[in-house]
Structures are given as structure tokens and as C-alpha cells.
Design a protein around this ligand. Structure first.
Ligand SMILES: *[C@@H]1O[C@H](CO)[C@@H](O)[C@H](O)[C@H]1NC(C)=O
Ligand SMILES: *[C@@H]1O[C@H](CO)[C@@H](O)[C@H](O)[C@H]1NC(C)=O
Ligand SMILES: *[C@@H]1O[C@H](CO)[C@@H](O)[C@H](O)[C@H]1NC(C)=O
Length: 147
């Protein structure tokens, strides 16, 4: 009986412990990788730099972080040739101040979850084919054309 529970625990650890390792990446990093899953084409400059083995996304292309907390403050993917949608996970980047996704092929509607990024100061989305409404609390931003 004891032997079997040992085997079982070993099995459980091989599942859980490996997973823990994968998710040593910070919450903001995991969020960025979930955003990436909504893209049909990811340029190699991003897919090689956005490495899930890192502990923070602060060294990734397009990312700016707070030096102490390692929270993501800016996401600038202007002109990377990304095609895809902006996922609702964007709302998890609670500290985001700057978002520049201009000159890509983002399509679909702008997720309402963007309104959760309450610290956003600069939003640049022009030269994409986005549609829909801009979340009301963000409508004061001038520098976007949705089409
Ligand atoms: C990601 O980082 C790990 C550990 O630093 C490294 O071994 C691996 O080659 C990296 N992957 C890519 C795609 O750069
Ligand atoms: C984003 O990066 C581009 C290219 O490096 C730069 O021209 C642009 O000013 C940046 N956007 C913001 C909001 O800083
Ligand atoms: C956005 O904020 C609402 C209310 O605080 C919360 O219920 C929701 O889970 C948040 N969504 C995201 C994507 O952070």
C-alpha cells in the first residue's frame, strides 16, 4: 500500500512539479503569451524573444517594465507584421501605461477588458483593421483610427 502511494506521489509530482517550473514566468509574462495565442502569424523576432523559460518578460522585444516590480508598463509592437486579434487577456496588464500596436494586421473588435488597464496614458492603434467601440473610459484618447 505504501509503495503504491509513493508511486502515485511520484507520478503526481511529475505532473505538478513540471508545471510549476513552466509557470515560474511572472503573471504579466504568462498574460503576454496568452495574448500571443490569438495571433495567426508571429514574427520570428517575437517568437524567439518571448521565451516562456524566462522569469519575467522584461527583456522581451516590445516590452518595457518597471525596474523594481517587473510589472509591464509598456507594450510596443508597432510595425511587427502581426496578424491576429487583441485578446481579452490585455485587461490583466493592470500597470500598462503605453500600448502601441500600430501598423500591424490586428483585426476584430477591441476587447472591452482594455478598460481594466486603468493606468493607460497612451494608446496607438492606427493602421490595423480593428472595429467596434472604444471602451468609454478610454475614448478620450485621440491617437487612434480603428481602420
Ligand atoms: C529559452 O530560454 C532557455 C533557457 O534560458 C534556452 O535554453 C532556450 O534556448 C530559449 N529558447 C529560445 C527559443 O530562445
Ligand atoms: C513604438 O516603437 C516605434 C518604433 O521603435 C516608435 O517609433 C514609437 O514611437 C513607439 N511608440 C511609443 C508609444 O513609444
Ligand atoms: C476586469 O475588471 C473586472 C472588474 O474589476 C473583473 O471582474 C474582470 O475579471 C477584469 N478582467 C480582466 C481581464 O482583468
Amino acid at each position: 500500500m505504501k509503495f503504491y502511494s509513493f508511486i502515485f506521489l511520484r507520478f503526481l509530482c511529475s505532473v505538478v512539479c513540471t508545471h510549476t517550473e513552466v509557470y515560474s514566468l511572472s503573471f504579466d509574462g504568462v498574460t503576454l503569451l496568452s495574448l500571443q495565442e490569438h495571433w495567426d502569424s508571429v514574427p520570428p523576432s517575437i517568437s524567439t524573444s518571448w521565451n516562456h523559460s524566462d522569469s519575467t518578460p522584461c527583456s522581451w522585444v516590445g516590452i518595457g517594465c518597471d525596474k523594481n516590480s517587473h510589472n509591464v508598463l509598456s507594450l510596443n509592437l508597432s510595425g511587427y507584421g502581426i496578424s491576429g486579434q487583441i485578446g481579452p487577456e490585455i485587461g490583466h496588464l493592470k500597470r500598462l501605461q503605453t500600448l502601441d500596436l500600430s501598423s500591424n494586421s490586428f483585426f476584430g473588435s477591441l476587447p472591452q477588458e482594455l478598460s481594466n488597464c486603468s493606468l493607460l496614458e497612451s494608446l496607438t492603434l492606427d493602421y490595423n483593421t480593428l472595429s467596434g467601440e472604444i471602451p468609454r473610459n478610454l475614448a478620450e484618447f485621440k491617437d487612434f483610427k480603428l481602420v
